[in-house]
Design a protein around this ligand. Structure first.
Ligand code: GLN
Length: 542
């Protein structure tokens, strides 16, 4: 039977509940326990797939093709584990399945209500996510007191008494403000949010106190008394130099002791040696490299969360600080690529949707190709390498992706309307297809070409597996023409073009997949690691 740790948030949002949950997970995982992770999002969207990255940050993609909250990415990066669809659900999903069952006559004769039906569905989903794990860590999105969050709190309260539940532990993450004029930390907001939880019937057993500065011992004692937790269950969470330092800071405060006691976990001693040495390399690296990151969602850097983290992972393994030089692709259109990318050791063009900034990205690619600067293009960043090559090398002036120009006479990137999806079924995709759930999503195999940078990056592995999130594909009609002119296909998946490289270039790779989704602190993604290595080599030679 599974034990459950519930992580709730109080006072305000953005306190780092996800990092808290992931950090506790990492410590337990490194103690040899089998840990599951679940994020519950109280919003009504069925999944975040159709939300703007500027609204919600990055949409993370799981191995089995679910579009999820970006916290699932944190879980995978911290626990070095691939989680599945079951690791994230929303209010929208809960209501959809209850309504579907009602229409199918599944509740014949009953009035469908929040309690017991919606709450029951939530409990079922949590238990399903917990199956097969020693402990499931459940992060409840939002802040205690939100209207949308009520059914979820009611559900987890009920689980305390569930026969199929081997134990529960409640962690509450709150903010401790420091009032300068009074020279004091304040516990009142935390007390209020704990009271709000108690009103529902949940008494948190641990308080994670987010604070800018260290909390005096007397204050922690007061907090423990007023929130009804033991003193060793008040854990300080100060602003950290890197998110990966958080598990180490929790460990120093002996966070596992009260958890192990309550959940009867026995002897618990996480082996965090490798983790710690990687954190030290992130905090004080000896080398430096600057990568020009060309994108269009720069107002909210969370839009590129996994990619930013992947660069940090590779940097940690290469004892290098990867300095990101943010370049807005629309600025390139007005100021030119040279002036904005001149100081960079490498160029990275990230994925994206829609035509804004596309021409700027094409200029960035041309700059990297012509000046022999290491280049990595991801998803849209690969598709546009074909467009750039077609326009500037093959001389097809109006070459484009049909995503941006449906009239182009040289559709380098097009829509295959019929494709075999992950489950082996044929799926139809047209311009009229609804936006939700019509992308090529999740993990697909990719055959690498012998002698390519791609094969070399993956240590000679012939078939690699990476994740996808896109609607359009590289057009194979142009393959021979491109290859004759020096742009070679070096990755293929069931006949689809997965990767291209420019032969006459030190390191130029475009990949249709998103390598960043499989990068973890302890196992950085090989393509990104190889790219950072090439960038370092370029920096040293120039
Ligand atoms: N817009 C492109 C497509 O849908 C690329 C998507 C992406 O970069 N994730 O195919």
């Amino acid at each position: 039977m599974t034990k459950y740790i519930f992580v709730t948030g109080g006072v305000l949002s953005s306190l780092g509940k996800g990092i808290t949950a992931a950090s506790v997970g990492a410590l337990l995982n490194h103690s040899g326990r089998h840990i599951g992770m679940l994020k519950i999002d109280p919003y009504i969207n069925v999944d975040p797939g159709t939300m703007s990255p500027l609204e919600h940050g990055e949409v993370f993609v799981t191995k089995d093709g679910a579009e999820t909250d970006l916290d699932i990415g944190n879980y995978e990066r911290f626990l070095d584990t691939s989680y599945l669809k079951t690791s994230n659900f929303t209010t929208g999903q809960v209501y959809s399945s209850v309504i579907e069952r009602e229409r199918a006559g599944g509740y014949l004769g009953q009035t469908i209500q929040v309690i017991p039906h919606i709450v029951g569905e939530i409990v079922d989903r949590i238990k399903k996510a917990g199956k097969g794990h020693d402990i499931l860590i459940v992060e409840l999105g939002g802040t205690v007191g939100d209207i949308e969050g009520q059914p979820f709190l009611e559900a987890v309260r009920q689980m305390k008494h569930d026969d199929e539940v081997a134990g529960t532990f409640f962690i509450h993450v709150t903010l401790i403000p420091y009032i300068k004029a009074a020279g004091e930390h304040k516990s009142k907001p935390t007390q209020h949010s704990v009271q709000e939880l108690r009103r529902i019937g949940i008494t948190p057993q641990m308080i994670i106190a987010r604070s800018e500065g260290s909390l005096p011992k007397t204050f922690k004692k007061k907090l423990a008394l007023s929130c009804d937790v033991t003193q060793d269950s008040v854990i300080e969470a100060l602003d950290a130099p890197t998110i990966y330092a958080v598990p180490m800071s929790f460990l120093q405060q002996n966070i596992l002791a009260p958890i192990a006691k309550e959940l009867e976990l026995g002897e618990i001693a996480p082996d965090m040696q490798e983790w710690d040495s990687l954190v030290k390399k992130i905090v004080a690296p000896t080398k430096l490299v600057t990568i020009g990151f060309v994108g269009k969602y720069l107002q909210l850097k969370e839009s590129y969360k996994s990619l930013i983290e992947a660069l940090i992972h590779s940097g940690a393994h290469l004892d290098t600080k990867v300095n990101i030089c943010w370049v807005d692709s629309e600025d390139i259109e007005t100021r030119g690529a040279e002036s904005l990318l001149n100081d960079c050791d490498a160029v990275l063009v990230a994925g994206g949707f829609g035509s804004r900034g596309v021409e700027g990205k094409i200029q960035a690619i041309e700059y990297a190709r012509v000046n022999k600067v290491p280049y990595l293009g991801i998803c849209l960043g690969m598709q546009l390498t074909l467009v750039e090559y077609a326009r500037n090398v093959l001389g097809h002036e109006d070459a484009n992706s049909i995503e941006f120009d449906t009239e182009t006479t040289h559709p380098m990137v097009y829509l295959i309307d019929n494709f075999i999806n992950q489950s082996g079924n044929s799926e139809l995709r047209t311009h009229q297809s609804p936006m939700g759930g019509t992308l090529r999503l999740g993990e697909y195999p990719c055959e690498t070409k012998e002698g390519s940078h791609l094969r070399e990056a993956y240590d000679g592995v012939e078939v690699i597996h990476e994740r996808h999130r896109h609607r359009y594909e590289a057009n194979p009609t142009y393959r021979a023409e491109l290859e004759q002119a020096g742009m070679v296909v070096t990755g293929e998946s069931h006949g689809l073009i997965e990767a291209v490289e420019v032969i006459d270039h030190p390191w130029f790779l475009g990949v249709q997949f998103h390598p960043e989704f499989t990068s973890r602190l302890q196992t950085p993604n090989p393509a990104i690691l190889s790219f950072v290595k090439a960038s370092l080599a370029h920096a040293e030679n120039s």
